[in-house]
Ligand binder design. Structure first.
Ligand code: NAD
Ligand code: MG
Length: 386
């Protein structure tokens, strides 16, 4: 297995803690940790992994953490500069980007500037900033390993291909359908926060769990796949597969299909990002096909789950449009989680931004961040007038 030293951005979250579970089991050293504000957990992580450096976004929390770990040599940093310092640590050989939302974009770009290999979980970074991230990764010849289960599956399915770009016909992106699969808009108007936070197959952070319920997550993943695998929207087909056993598939020019399967457990794609192209043991059982009996497939309902069609439209328009739509969704989900809007307002607000935004074609970082900021403000004014 490769000798890695990890920097984990978003270490206190769902992907971050599972990344540390894998690091603990494989005995991979961790040199950097960064998080938003959960210093109780961060302190425990620092005591266990003894990183060179740890960063907390919130300044006051960073000061408190510094006090708590005074007995240790770990350097405590704060703010966005601190997070970027963790992303660019000289010791780091693989940077896990597991921050949620567009907040992950700047640290990711900083890591790229230092020629780091990346294990990318933070899909919003590619959705908003793919036009900056991907050309720079290619120009520098860096490794960019997807952690999102579908994209890891596609990545693994393409590993044997000699000429993937030429031979790939389409990507079959599987979707569980989320907790509200089969429901009508009438039924969705009554769903509560607790219902949306109950995903049938995966346990994840709150934002992505709501995105899975609206199917925004699948829309974001279509855009993520476009950037990662250099395909157009018309080469990606979303297939509803309720059991989440097939994590995604690729169809080649001869109609042969290769898929990656397994029980839904994010530690598998996380571990593969660390060990690839090799594999290591994992504990627990594998898939028992006879016990499953059958697997089901269907089409997504784009009429009911409008966030998915909004993402498809945004991707076709390109430029700053995906950043605006992503920003609108981040704000709308945050309002939903705080009980300020109801479930169906999420896709209405995302749709309103899609209609109102005039995209800039080949944006700079500033223009991407401005589109995000504008979309958030727009959502705030729109929801207040309702
Ligand atoms: P989460 O909310 O559980 O964790 C987010 C982490 O980011 C936390 O450690 C938090 O402290 C940190 N964070 C948030 N804002 C920050 C900021 N401004 N600066 C520094 N740190 C910040 O989220 P998650 O479910 O772990 O998801 C993380 C990313 O991975 C998301 O982009 C998500 O779409 C993607 N992803 C998650 C899963 C999953 O199973 N959870 C699967 C696929 C992809
Ligand atoms: Mg996914």
């Amino acid at each position: 297995m490769r000798d890695h030293n990890l920097s984990v951005l978003g270490s206190t979250g769902s992907i971050g803690t599972q990344t540390l579970d894998v690091a603990r089991r494989l005995q991979v050293p961790v040199c950097g940790l960064a998080a938003h504000s959960n210093i109780e957990l961060l302190e425990r992580q620092i005591r266990e992994f003894r990183p060179v450096c740890a960063a907390v976004l919130q300044e006051e929390k960073a000061a408190e953490l510094k006090e708590r770990v005074r007995d240790l040599p770990t350097k405590i940093l704060s703010g966005i500069d601190g997070v970027c310092a963790v992303a660019t640590l000289p010791q780091a050989t693989l940077v896990f980007t597991a921050i949620v939302g567009i907040a992950g974009l700047i640290p990711t770009l900083e890591a790229i500037r230092e020629n780091k290999s990346l294990a990318l979980a933070n899909k919003e970074t590619l959705v908003a900033g793919g036009s900056l991230v991907i050309p720079e990764v290619q120009r520098r010849g860096l490794e960019l390993i997807p952690v999102d289960s579908e994209h890891s599956a596609i990545f693994q399915s393409l590993l044997g291909a000699k000429r993937p770009r030429e031979e790939l016909r389409k990507i079959l992106l599987t979707a569980s359908g989320g907790p509200f699969y089969g429901k009508t808009r009438q039924e969705l108007s009554a769903v509560r926060r607790e219902d949306a936070l109950r995903h049938p197959n995966w346990s994840m952070g709150a934002k992505i769990t709501v995105d899975s319920a609206t199917l925004m997550n699948k829309g974001l993943e279509m855009i993520e796949a476009m950037w990662l695998f250099g395909v157009g929207m018309d080469q990606i087909e979303v297939v509803v597969h309720r059991e989440s056993i097939i994590h995604s598939m690729v169809e080649f020019c001869d109609h042969a299909i290769i898929a990656q399967l397994g029980l839904p457990d994010m530690r598998v794609p996380i571990q593969f990002a660390i060990t690839c192209p090799e594999r290591e043991q994992t504990p627990g059982p594998g898939v028992d096909f006879a016990a499953l009996g059958s697997l089901s497939f269907g089409r997504p309902d784009l009429e009911t789950f409008r966030c998915l069609s909004h993402c498809i439209r945004a991707a076709r328009m390109g430029g700053t449009m995906p950043a605006a739509v992503n920003g609108a969704n981040e704000m709308a989900v945050s309002l939903f989680l705080r009980g300020k809007i109801d479930f169906l307002q999420i896709d209405e607000l995302v749709g309103a931004v899609l209609d109102a935004h005039s995209p800039i074609e080949t944006p700079t970082l500033r223009q991407i961040l401005d589109a995000d900021e504008w979309a958030r403000e727009y959502v705030l004014t729109q929801y207040q007038v309702r």
